[in-house]
Design a protein around this ligand. Structure first.
Ligand code: NAD
Length: 510
């Protein structure tokens, strides 16, 4: 058991742990004098204090990664595969430990935390096939005696900046393909729940990953800006809110970097009149309130078409009192607290805002929140939400589900397509023809047909459209491999020197 895991498995009540960086294969205490508080959201108490990196500390980390890159890029594909199989094995053995860290700092219930680790592991499993994924093309005899082949090479030092809501899985989306492709990685995790990243770093070292290939630096805007401006960082992957995603994309690309920046979302789930209402209600409750609505793929708005609306509201209303909100370590709990007190207050404020704007408050989560100092909020449901309301427009990122009523399929699709976000979308119907037309019509990156949260499996890529993604390539899967590598095409011939002559014409291919 490592030091980080001990912190969460041993009884250290009342202790505030110091959470430090991981640079060049070891824990490094920050020297900037700046730090941030980390909480257990179920208890509402501070459990950690995380070091914030300075510009100089980011620079030292990049230097270590740069040194490691010189040898890591030469490590054979078979050796990299071997290390990835060991990483997979160790992370699998420590699933429960990682999940407990997530529950302790994020608040999500343990079963959900285990699900997060499982989905992250799928990306690592995909990366175990890196020799196949990096295979280039080869064309023999393109011209007489000339062969052409393509190869993909790593970029160098690449960085990842990640959000609070998936403290293990989203980093895995980035570091696993980046490292498998031969890059060295600098991770700047969310300062709200940073421990899972350091624990992962310890396991990667144990798996045999050379020092300096994976590094973790904690921090805030100072660290992010130092990453975006660093001349030796070739590419940046970002996942977080839309304003910061846009900023990271614009600043990083202006500094000459390759950037993929995934932003926020307002995912609509359309329920057509022919849908199975019980199935749609189950999906709406699961997709809307799972992980307390703090998922970028959460269902945040239901679009009920025609007579589906009244039945749907009734079916959801029936289910709400049964949702068990409580401490994530209690196996009975289905939904935990929100990540911070400030975020809980902000999310709760949307209930009054919705009422003031004219929406109908069907359920008010403040009335059903558990007692105690945790950052609690129960499930809320707002009916008659209109597109001009803030509760429609804003990404609330909490357990507040809205319902918008429309008369036709066309109106429902127009709402989705006019929305500035385009992450996930779902349609619930029994009509295959309409579902097929929907996947053709809709402007969003990930589409669910009777699936509320259509997160692609690891061998497809994840990403939205419009303000949900800045950059050209989606994350993980084949596009992840493309993002973390650069192509090269080699044209080669081995002629008899005796036949060599000067020819100033443009090379012909026949
Ligand atoms: P956030 O944008 O506040 O933070 C993300 C990262 O950016 C963190 O590491 C944070 O330290 C850093 N950051 C915050 N403010 C910054 C600033 N002013 N300058 C530079 N860096 C800054 O996001 P969050 O609250 O941690 O996460 C929730 C958001 O992430 C939601 O909007 C959610 O939809 C989005 N998200 C999107 C996806 C996706 O795949 N599209 C996945 C998960 C989360």
């Amino acid at each position: 058991m490592t030091e980080v895991a001990d912190q969460f498995t041993e009884d250290r009540a009342g202790e505030v742990a110091r959470i430090s960086h991981w640079i060049d294969g070891q824990r490094v205490e920050g020297e900037s004098g700046r730090s941030g508080a980390v909480y257990n959201p179920s208890l509402g108490v501070q459990t950690g204090e995380v070091d914030f990196a300075s510009v100089e500390e980011i620079d030292a980390t990049v230097k270590a990664a740069r040194r490691a890159f010189e040898s890591w890029r030469t490590v054979s594909l078979s050796r990299r595969t071997e290390i990835f199989f060991r990483i997979r094995k160790l992370l699998d053995e420590h699933r429960e430990d990682i999940a407990k860290i997530l529950t302790a700092e994020h608040g999500k219930v343990l079963s959900d935390a285990k699900g997060e680790v499982a989905r992250g592991l799928e990306v690592i499993e995909y990366c175990c096939g890196i020799p196949e994924l990096l295979k280039g093309g080869f064309s023999e005899q393109v011209s007489t005696g000339i062969d052409v082949y393509s190869i993909r090479q790593p970029l160098g030092v690449v960085a990842g900046i990640t959000p609070f809501n998936f403290p293990a899985m989203v980093p895995m989306w980035m570091w696993a393909p980046a490292i498998a492709c031969g890059n060295c990685f600098v991770l700047k995790p969310s300062e709200k729940d940073p421990s899972a990243s350091v624990y992962t770093a310890e396991l990667l070292k144990e798996a045999g990953l050379p020092d300096g290939v994976f590094n973790v630096v904690h921090g805030d805007k100072v660290a992010v800006d130092a990453i975006l401006g660093h001349p030796d960082i070739a590419a940046v992957s970002f996942v977080g809110s839309t304003p910061i995603a846009r900023y990271v994309y614009e600043t990083g690309t202006a500094a000459g970097k390759r950037v993929q920046a995934l932003g926020g979302a307002k995912n609509h789930m359309i329920v057509l009149p022919d849908a199975d209402i019980d199935m749609a209600a189950d999906a709406a409750v699961s997709g809307g309130y799972g992980s307390a609505g703090e998922r970028c793929m959460a269902v945040s708005l239901l679009v009920a078409v025609g007579h589906a609306a009244d039945d749907l509201v009734g079916a959801i209303q029936e289910r709400l009192p049964k949702v068990k909100v409580g401490d994530g370590m209690d196996p009975e709990s289905e939904m935990g607290p929100l990540v911070t007190r400030e975020h809980r207050d902000k999310v709760a404020s949307y209930i009054d805002r919705g009422r003031d704007e004219g929406a109908t408050v069907v359920a008010d989560g403040r009335e059903t929140a558990p007692d105690g100092d945790g950052f609690w909020l129960g499930v809320s449901l707002l009916d008659n939400v209109k597109p001009e309301m803030d509760v429609y427009k804003d990404e609330i990122f909490g357990p507040v589900l809205g319902i918008t009523r429309v008369d036709t399929y066309d109106e429902a699709v127009r709402l989705v397509n006019e929305n500035p976000y385009g992450n996930g979308v779902a349609i619930f119907t029994r009509d295959g023809g309409v579902a097929r037309q929907f996947q053709f019509d809709v402007k969003a990156g990930m589409v669910g047909v009777n699936v509320p949260i259509p997160v692609p499996v690891a061998y497809y890529s994840f990403g939205g459209w419009k303000n949900s993604l800045f950059g050209d390539l989606h994350i993980y899967g084949p596009e992840g491999i493309q993002f973390y590598t650069r192509g090269k095409v080699v044209t080669s011939r081995w002629p008899d020197p005796a036949t060599s002559k000067v020819d100033l014409g443009f090379p012909q291919t026949r």
